[in-house]
Design a protein. Structure first.
Length: 330
């Protein structure tokens, strides 16, 4: 073999090694992007759950296979039926109300959505509050509104009335493998205010705290703002890194998401040493409990609106609240 052939072979070997190193580099980069970014965005629930935050057809009224609490109410409304809407987490409750009080032909579901002529609707918290103000919804079953939702009602000259009909715990969630099981209320506020950026500062491992938030106007985001009070929330620009902390309502985590994503791998934290179960909500020991309401327009002229709301506070109505996994107010 000539000297030139030897040099050419050495050059080829170097080129192949460089090419292999480049391929390996891109493979590692792709894996890193998947593990840090893409994997967090892959939903592990069904298409219906992804689109609606809840499987609407799993909690339909007048359906033998429905998961709602099935009670035959003593109140029966036939005419001038109030249109009812509400939050995702509370859909099993107000669907159960409709099932108990309304005629079966008042609800129309096309397999994905409720049709415009249906007395039962689902547009989630933001849509329900807008519908109440705009007059397309008569009763909204929701938690307390955001400042923007109250401002919109004031702008439109609509005064809202709030009748508490049930309550639930506002909970904070972490990955099941996170060693932290309990936080104090002060630590939680510190996390969302940016005081604590690392789990080691609150009893965990040396990992960045990835602070997750919800869309403005959602029921849980409004609950977070109420919880924080005058303490401003700091934006976490590195929420794609580290171990996450998020928030929701207890029943939505246990009763709705838990059924649709059994391997979701999250756990609810205890606060001040108290776990958010039904008993601790009822006895008042869990520190963050939110009422949810039947929201109506003040001066409502349809008498069936007040009849229906009053029935929600009856023994039958409260049995549906409790049977749906919440705590009644009576």
């Amino acid at each position: 073999m000539t000297e030139k052939q030897t040099i050419d072979r050495q050059k080829l070997a170097h080129q192949l090694l460089s090419l292999g190193a480049l391929v390996l580099l891109f493979a590692l980069l792709n894996l890193t992007i998947f593990m840090v970014f893409t994997r967090r965005c892959i939903p592990n629930t069904s298409e219906g759950m992804q689109a609606k935050s809840i499987e609407l057809n799993a909690y339909l009224p007048f359906d033998e296979s429905s998961k709602i609490t099935d009670i035959d109410g003593s109140l029966k409304l036939e005419d001038d039926l109030p249109v009812i809407d509400g939050a995702a987490a509370l859909y099993p409750v107000f669907s159960g109300f409709v099932n108990a009080v309304y005629p079966a032909d008042s609800v129309h579901f096309d397999g994905e959505n409720f049709t415009p002529d249906s007395a039962l609707q689902y547009t989630n918290t933001r849509g329900a509050y807008k519908g109440i103000v705009d007059g397309t919804v008569d009763i909204a079953i929701c938690v307390a509104p955001s400042e923007e939702q109250l401002a919109y009602a004031e702008e439109m000259g609509v005064e809202l009335e709030f009748t508490p009909i049930g309550r639930d715990a506002f909970v904070f969630l972490v990955n099941r493998n996170n060693p932290v099981d309990n936080l104090t209320v002060e630590q939680l506020k510190g996390i969302y205010a940016g005081k604590y950026r690392n789990w080691s500062q609150v009893g965990g491992d040396n990992t960045h705290i990835a602070v997750l938030r919800r869309n403005q106007g959602s029921g849980s985001q409004s609950a977070l703002l109420n919880f924080m009070g005058d303490t401003p929330i700091k934006t976490d620009y590195f929420s794609f890194l580290g171990r996450s902390i998020g928030f929701s309502f207890r029943f939505y985590v246990e009763g709705i998401v838990g059924e649709n994503a059994p391997n979701g791998g999250v756990k609810m934290l205890s606060l001040d040493g108290v776990y958010p179960d039904v008993e601790n909500i009822r006895n008042g020991s869990y520190p963050i409990v939110n009422d949810f309401y039947a929201v109506t327009r003040k001066g409502e002229t349809n008498p069936n609106v007040q009849k229906f709301v009053a029935w929600m506070l009856s023994e039958e109505g409260q049995a549906i609240v409790e049977g749906s996994g919440y705590v009644g107010v009576q």
